[in-house]
Design a protein around this ligand. Structure first.
Ligand SMILES: [Zn+2]
Length: 405
C-alpha cells in the first residue's frame, strides 16, 4: 500500500522500527513503517518495504508511539523552587525566552503537545505555531478573583456575573483556545484557601456559559469539595486537581464521584513527578496524599474520563517533560499500561480538542512521534529511554538522554 502513494507527492520520510503503539490500541504491532510527508503522517503499515525514493530512518529496536500530550502545563513557570518569584522578576521578553526554553525541554522529552493553563499577559498565545516548540493550546491568564489563586498572572475578575462574563469575553477576544478558571484557592498563592470555593455558584455558571457562547471549553482548578461540585453543576468541561480538599483532610462524597463520571466531566489528575532527592511535598499535601490517590482510584472505577494534567513547571519535581512519569502513577490507580499510554496520547488529545490531529499514529494525523528504546507496553521504563522525537515531521535535536524509570 505504501508504494502506491508515491507518484504525485514530494519528499517522503519513512520511519522503521521494531514496534508501534498507535495511541488507541491495546497492543503494539511489529515491524512498522510510518511514512511522513511534510508535517503529516500519510501511511502506516507493517512488514512492507519503505516507499521507493523515501528517506528511510531505521530506528532498529525502538518502538514508535504518538508524541505525548500534557493537558495541564505552565510554560511561564520554570520548574524551580520559586517559579512565581522568578516569573515576577522577568519582564515579558525575558519571560518569553524562559517559556521558549520550557517548550524546548518538553519537546526533547517527547511532549509534542501541551495545554498551557495559565500564563501571564497572554504570552503563551504568541508561542503557538512556532517551530521548535510543542503544539500549544493556550488559556492565557487564569480567570480568578481579586487576590485569588494566581491573581498575579493578571486574570483577576470582579466575582460577579457581569465581572466574569467580561473577563471571559476579553479572553475570547484575545484569542485563547480554552478558559481556565480558578474555582478554589491553591497552594501557590498564600492567602487563598484550597478548601473554599472562590466564586459563588451562579458566577461560576455565568463564566462557563459565556465561554461556551464563544465556543470555548472551560476547565476549572478545583480542590475544594464545593468548588468541584459547583464546577460540575455549572457545566465545566473539565476539572483540574480534583483533590476534594477540606480544612481537615480530604472528603469525596460518593454521589459527586459518580456525577463526575456520569457527566463525562474530564478529570485532570495532577500526577507525574520526577523524584528529586531532598525535596518533599509540603506536610499538608503529604498527609492528604493517600486519600487523594484513593479518590482518584474511585473516579477511575466509576468510569470517569481521566487524563494526566501534570502541572508541569510548578516545582522541581515537575519539569516540563514530566508527563512521561504519569503512566506509572496511572497504573497505581488501576489503569493497564496500554490504557495509561492512551491517557497521555489519544485520550488527552481528544480532551483538549485536538483528537483529529494529535495523539495517534495514523494517516492524516500530525507527524508527532516519539521513538523509545523498547516496547512501552511490556517495558514501561522504555518511555524514559528516548531515541528520537519528531514534531510535525521535523526531528527534534538533542532529545533527552537516557534516564531510568
Ligand atoms: Zn496549574
Amino acid at each position: 500500500m505504501t508504494t502506491a502513494i508515491l507518484t504525485e507527492r514530494g519528499r517522503l520520510t519513512a520511519l522503521r522500527a521494531a514496534w508501534l503503539f498507535d495511541g488507541t490500541s491495546s497492543s503494539v504491532i511489529g515491524d512498522p513503517v510510518v511514512v511522513i510527508e511534510g508535517a503529516a503522517i500519510i501511511a502506516v503499515d507493517s512488514g512492507v518495504p519503505a516507499p521507493a525514493g523515501a528517506d528511510v530512518v531505521d530506528l532498529g529496536g525502538a518502538a514508535l508511539l504518538p508524541g505525548l500530550v500534557d493537558t495541564h502545563v505552565h510554560l511561564a513557570f520554570d520548574a524551580s523552587t520559586d517559579p512565581a518569584g522568578h516569573l515576577a522578576g522577568r519582564v515579558d521578553s525575558q519571560a518569553v525566552q524562559a517559556m521558549t526554553r520550557a517548550g524546548q525541554a518538553a519537546l526533547r522529552g517527547g511532549v509534542t503537545t501541551v495545554r498551557d493553563l495559565g500564563d501571564r499577559g497572554y504570552l503563551s498565545l504568541g508561542l503557538r505555531g512556532q517551530p521548535g516548540l510543542p503544539t500549544i493550546v493556550a488559556a492565557g491568564p487564569p480567570v480568578t478573583t481579586p487576590g485569588g489563586h494566581c491573581h498575579y498572572l493578571g486574570g483577576a475578575a470582579e466575582p460577579t456575573v457581569p465581572g466574569v462574563r467580561a473577563a471571559v469575553r476579553e479572553h475570547a477576544e484575545r484569542g485563547v483556545d480554552v478558559i481556565k478558571i480558578m474555582a478554589s484557592g491553591g497552594n501557590l498563592t498564600p492567602g487563598t484557601r484550597q478548601d473554599l470555593a472562590q466564586f459563588p455558584p451562579e458566577v461560576l455558571r455565568a463564566a462557563v456559559d459565556e465561554a461556551h457562547r464563544h465556543g470555548l471549553q472551560v476547565t476549572a482548578h478545583a480542590h475544594a469539595v464545593a468548588a468541584i461540585a459547583d464546577a460540575v453543576a455549572a457545566g465545566a468541561d473539565g476539572l483540574e486537581h480534583v483533590s476534594f480538599w477540606t480544612e481537615a483532610g480530604v472528603e469525596a462524597p460518593a454521589g459527586l464521584i459518580q456525577l463526575i463520571a456520569d457527566r463525562r466531566t474530564v478529570v485532570g489528575a495532577t500526577i507525574g513527578m520526577v523524584p528529586v532527592p531532598g525535596l518533599a511535598p509540603p506536610p499538608e499535601v503529604l498527609a492528604r496524599r493517600p486519600a487523594m490517590a484513593a479518590n482518584m482510584r474511585r473516579l477511575y472505577e466509576a468510569g470517569a474520563l481521566m487524563v494526566a494534567g501534570t502541572d508541569a513547571g510548578i516545582a522541581p519535581i515537575k519539569p516540563h517533560d514530566v508527563v512521561r512519569y504519569a503512566p506509572a502513577m496511572l497504573r497505581e490507580l488501576g489503569f493497564s499500561q496500554a490504557e495509561a499510554l492512551r491517557a497521555v496520547t489519544s485520550v488527552a488529545a481528544g480532551v483538549i480538542g485536538l483528537g483529529h490531529r494529535k495523539g495517534r499514529i495514523a494517516p492524516g494525523f500530525d507527524a508527532d512521534i516519539l521513538a523509545v528504546d523498547g516496547d512501552p507496553i511490556a517495558d514501561p521504563g522504555a518511555l524514559h529511554r528516548i531515541r528520537a522525537v519528531y514534531a510535525r515531521g521535523t526531528a527534534v535535536p538533542d532529545v533527552a538522554a537516557a534516564r531510568s524509570a
